[in-house]
Design a protein around this ligand. Structure first.
Ligand code: PLP
Length: 452
């Protein structure tokens, strides 16, 4: 498809968002540039913009900017609008809730939707045992609470994480990230008692799951020791690290070691969970039953909500008053989350994850055969990445990633980057994206590689 060019004018904001790509100005367009100039006066540089086009409307897999450009959204706000932008059921549930009650504070006067979200998380997280959930506002806050609960339950302090991990931007979580730059540079002192162990990264280490688990465990035993370790926090598929999928058997082997040694193992499913991978939670693909599961991003269709769900006896270790917060489990966000769960079930959205995986992986493997800069195609469901390398080596090629993403943006395809070395392109579309839009986006990405 060629880009259509029409005269710019006031976009018709009452019309439904058509599921099509449309580039009508240079990117960013004049109105976005004006807004960006205003932003630079009042928003600090620490808050960046990957693509400074200002979004006015969005639906399904398409975002529309203030200049009327329509982008195929392969990022979904970093895996948040998993069931589609402005999903009708989410909008209806949130709107109804706005009209009845917006806030009471669950720890003052509670309401049903919080309880319903906890029931749904208990039913859909891995493991057939009694579970409880605390709801909070953000992914980082879920990580913080998971660590608090694990520390109280075990009476120990140490927190273990893996190479290439990302867990957030609060004080504790910035100490848990693999990358200090930019997340922690100059923001110290960092939280102590955080230990980092090698992960399983088949493209680079070539290790089997059991070999990689032995390496991780041996490292943890030497650098901290299970006697001082409260928890091991692991993303089943690493998000910011570049959609690193661990080798078969790695995660259950770590869980087995944790269980045997009184260490709480926590799945950070903030990016990989909530139907993103063709299962409710990515841990299921690996036969991993974590002690605690962290949800956020996709859980409420775009509204801010996060949770810690896990074994009732661990969750109940925290004393009354020890968990909570003013906005945690807000009624509107909870109503939206209930709608998300209902949509996953009634619309068969787990199958959509598998459909998208097959379309993306097939298309990207074809590109890999044409362009040797694509070293690896990996991922599960609607969480697929390509790692770009200097051909014939495993050396990162971040410049190619930047060039491909910039080319795609100019053509109306919003593509996110990732990876410790910035050499990964991640495909994290909403489950509402059609095969046609995927094929069209891949066509643009093909052109982008050809232009390198
Ligand atoms: C995004 C993310 C977080 C942090 O979530 P916020 O809502 O941004 O605080 C933590 N862990 C993972 C795996 C994430 O992808």
């Amino acid at each position: 498809m060629t880009d259509t060019t029409v005269a710019t004018g006031t976009p018709d904001t009452s019309a439904p968002v058509t599921q099509e790509r449309r580039v009508v100005t240079a990117i960013p367009g004049p109105k976005s540039q004006e807004l960006h100039a205003r932003r630079l006066e009042v928003v600090p540089v620490g808050v960046t913009a990957a693509l400074p086009v200002y979004i006015e409307r969005a639906h399904g897999a398409i975002v529309v900017d203030v200049d009327g450009n329509q982008f195929i959204d392969l990022g979904a706000g970093i895996g948040v609008t998993t069931i589609g932008h402005t999903n009708d059921a989410v909008v209806a549930a949130a709107t109804t809730q706005l009209d009845s009650v917006i806030h009471t504070l669950f720890t003052i006067t509670p309401y049903e939707s919080y309880v319903r979200v906890a029931e749904l998380l208990a039913a859909h997280t891995p493991g057939d045992f009694a579970k409880k959930t605390v709801l909070v506002n953000s992914g980082a806050e879920a990580v913080e609470n998971g660590v608090k609960i694990a520390r109280k339950y075990t009476g120990k302090n140490g927190v273990a994480v893996l190479d290439h991990a990302y867990h957030g931007r609060t004080n504790l979580t910035m100490a848990m990230n693999f990358k200090a730059a930019p997340y922690a540079t100059g923001f110290g002192p960092l939280a102590g008692d955080v230990y980092r162990a090698p992960n399983s990264y088949p493209f680079h280490d070539g290790l089997s799951g059991s070999e990689a688990a032995r390496r991780t465990i041996s490292y943890l035993e030497k650098t901290v020791g299970a006697d001082d370790l409260a928890c091991l926090v692991v993303e089943p598929i690493q998000g910011e690290g570049g959609f690193v999928v661990p080798a078969e058997g790695y995660l259950p082997a770590l869980q087995e070691w944790c269980t045997a040694n009184g260490v709480v193992m926590i799945a950070d499913e903030i990016q990989s969970g909530m139907a993103r991978t063709g299962a409710y939670f990515a841990s299921e693909h690996f036969g991993w039953v974590p002690d605690l599961v962290l949800s956020a991003k996709g859980i409420a269709g775009g509204l801010p909500l996060a949770g810690v769900t896990g074994r009732a006896e661990i969750m109940d270790a925290a004393q009354p008053g020890g968990l909570g917060g003013t906005f945690g489990g807000n009624p509107v966000a909870c109503a939206a989350a209930v709608a998300v769960f209902e949509q996953i079930e009634s619309q068969g959205l787990l199958a959509e994850g598998k459909r998208i995986e097959s379309a993306l992986v097939t298309g990207l493997r074809d590109l890999q055969a044409k362009y040797p800069v694509i070293g690896d195609v990996r991922g599960i469901g609607a969480m697929i990445a390509i790692e770009l390398i200097v051909p014939g080596t495993h050396e990162p090629d971040a410049a190619a990633v930047t060039a491909v993403a910039a080319y795609a943006a100019q053509k109306g395809v919003l593509l996110l980057t990732a990876g410790t070395y910035g050499n990964v392109l991640r495909f994290l579309p909403s489950l509402a994206i059609s095969d046609e839009l995927i094929a069209e986006a891949l066509g643009v990405i093909d052109e982008a590689f050809a232009s390198l």
